[in-house]
Design a protein around this ligand. Structure first.
Ligand code: ZN
Ligand code: FE
Length: 255
């Protein structure tokens, strides 16, 4: 049985996810912007939260951990590299680590860039990756701590996952990401179609995440730095993809 995945909006534009194994009853939440939506969603389903997985130390991803631990006695997993700035961890992980959850192997990837020490959790059998503020729908996290090269490496790791992997990212930023994406990739028909789809979802107040990795590969400019049309558009034909990525990221920061 694949793990069940639940997408929950929290705060103004964050997402948290529940991952549930019906056989063992194990339930994890990924990042805790605030406790209440998680408590409500878990109890409504008759579940108990057993695990908290943290992608990075920013307050909008960990701010609700203490409140959540008052309700559930959950095991907290996060990056060894960030132990000094994460809530107390019961389980420390890093690049390439694997651990079992509900009969499935979860793989940890270091996806530094937005922060150094940012990790992603990959459930390859069930087909999803929890990417926090690394790879996002039509975007990627701002480079607060890492370099463009670090983020580019991180995105390559995620881009190498199976094409139908669901990318579960931490924010509803997709419409603003789309407004930028079309400026660097204006002739991309897949991007135009996706933007229309995203806009109609938001009109109905539906989440635009998770998104499929193959859709990101076709439309997310931060994964497409090697694309000839984007390179031509940026006047960077033949440049190293990492340099094109850095330019795209810089333009987004100014956008
Ligand atoms: Zn963040
Ligand atoms: Fe965030």
């Amino acid at each position: 049985m694949p793990l069940e995945l639940v997408t929950l909006p929290a705060l103004s534009d964050n997402y948290t996810y529940l991952v549930h194994d019906s056989e063992s009853g194990a339930t994890a939440c990924i990042d805790v912007p605030e406790a209440q939506p998680i408590v409500d969603a878990v109890t409504q389903r008759g579940w108990t939260l057993t695990d908290i997985w943290l992608t990075h130390h920013h307050h909008d991803h960990i701010g609700g951990v203490d409140d959540l631990l008052k309700v559930f006695d959950a095991k907290v997993t996060g990056a060894t590299a960030d132990r000094h700035r994460l809530p107390t961890l019961n389980h420390e992980v890093g690049e390439g680590d694997r651990f079992e959850f509900g009969g499935e192997v979860i793989t940890v990837l270091d996806v530094s860039g937005h922060t150094v020490g940012h990790i992603a959790f990959v459930a390859s059998e069930s087909g999803f990756a929890l990417t926090g503020d690394s790879l996002m729908a039509l975007g990627c996290g701002r480079l607060f701590e890492g370099t463009a090269a670090q983020m580019w490496d991180s995105l390559q790791k995620l881009a190498a996952l199976k094409p139908d992997t669901l990318i579960c990212s931490g924010h509803e930023y997709t419409q603003s990401n789309a407004r930028f994406a079309i400026t660097v990739d204006p002739d991309n028909a897949d991007l135009k179609a996706r933007i229309a789809h995203v806009n109609s979802k938001r009109e109905r107040n539906e989440p635009t995440v998770p998104s499929k990795l193959s859709d990101e590969a076709a439309t997310n400019p931060f994964l497409r730095a090697a694309d000839p049309a984007i390179q031509a558009n940026l006047d960077m034909i033949g440049a190293e993809p990492v340099d094109v990525f850095a330019e795209i990221r810089a333009r987004k920061d100014r956008f």
